[in-house]
Design a protein around this ligand. Structure first.
Ligand code: F6R
Length: 323
């Protein structure tokens, strides 16, 4: 499975090749992205990027529920790697009734057929890999449509730079992933992925990766919101084992001060710490670099623990019987 992460460079190249192949020009009120799990997180990344430098609000739904206010004035991305996820299909049906402009991002399945039958704009994603490992391709698919439709969050040039950055930092990411997996294995207990804003989506993604690949629960803590609740939880925690992975953007002084504050509290609680700095010039570059380190670390940890990173038995069980 490591090769699927090492293949991210190729996925980004594919995304750049498809950049601008689908355009949906129009005057939209907002962008709405629906998807679950490894597909849904792509929506979180686009929303985070848009919060930092977008020109249109981006809302995300990771459920079968759809807000009542959606209308024909909105641009909607339905993202499902398999094309078959029940919640995403239900969301699609509801959104279609609202007559919003819909773009489908998928590799296969019922949603691909729906796109063909209804003549909807469709971005085909590389087939036959685990949905969560298709993050870069699905992300560039959406960013490319937005950029070429007049709602740029990331320009093609910035996307090319991010591709180059990941290529140049590949070796470093592999080394960090190796260190991080050994750190988590050494300390066992509950790993905490701790960071500062605007990297909320990155640590959620990291949590999902350790859940799905390494088969362990993970806790997420983000400053400065952390200073308004979690911090009190560390006054008298249960006697469990924890480890903290502190992720920071070294060019963000405020962010760094915030995580330094978190670090002190973890140290007071005798929690071992691993620190990860996000390499890159732009937010996109840092997100991709961090995602690669966390993804690879989760696969390496699976190997150390003797579990199969690819198989997600309980998700399959749930999908068979989803209510
Ligand atoms: C599996 C994975 C899952 C799926 C989720 C939704 O690799 O990451 O979280 O992404 O079950 O399925 P799709 O992505 O096919 O809509």
């Amino acid at each position: 499975m490591e090769d699927l992460y090492l293949g991210w460079i190729e996925q980004l190249r594919k995304g750049l090749e498809q950049w601008g192949s689908v355009k949906v020009p129009g005057k939209y009120r907002l962008v709405f992205i629906a998807g679950m799990g490894g597909s849904g997180i792509v929506g979180d990344y686009v929303a985070a990027l848009s919060n930092v430098k977008g020109s249109i609000p981006v809302l995300v739904s990771k459920s079968h529920l759809v807000p009542n206010f959606l209308s024909r004035d909105d641009l909607v991305f339905i993202v499902s790697y398999s094309g078959n996820t029940l919640e995403t299909r239900i969301a699609y049906e509801k959104i279609a009734e609202k007559k919003s402009r819909i773009v489908i991002v998928s590799s296969n399945g019922l949603l691909e057929s729906i796109a063909t039958e209804n003549n909807l704009p469709f971005i085909p994603i590389v087939k036959g890999i685990a949905p969560r490992t298709a993050l870069p391709h699905m992300l560039y698919a959406i960013l490319g449509v937005l950029d070429s439709s007049g709602y740029s969050i990331v320009s093609r040039d910035e996307a090319v730079d991010a591709y180059e950055n990941l290529k140049n930092n590949m070796k470093e990411a592999v080394d960090k992933a190796y260190e991080l997996s050994s750190f988590i294995d050494e300390h066992k207990g509950l790993p905490i992925l701790a960071t500062h804003t605007p990297f909320e989506a990155l640590v959620v993604r990291g949590k999902n990766e350790f859940n799905e690949n390494s088969k362990i629960p993970v806790k997420v803590e983000v400053a400065p919101e952390w200073m308004h609740n979690d911090i009190v939880g560390w006054e008298k925690p249960f006697e469990n084992k924890y480890s903290a992975i502190i992720i920071r953007d070294p060019s963000d002084d405020v962010g760094s001060k915030l995580v330094d504050f978190m670090k002190k509290i973890y140290i007071n609680n005798n929690i071992p710490i691993y620190e990860l700095e996000l390499h890159g010039k732009t937010f996109l570059e840092k997100l991709l670099y961090g995602s690669l380190v966390l993804g690879l670390a989760s696969v390496k940890l699976a190997r150390i623990r003797g579990v199969d990173p690819l198989v997600t038995e309980n998700i399959t069980l749930y999908k068979k019987d989803a209510p």
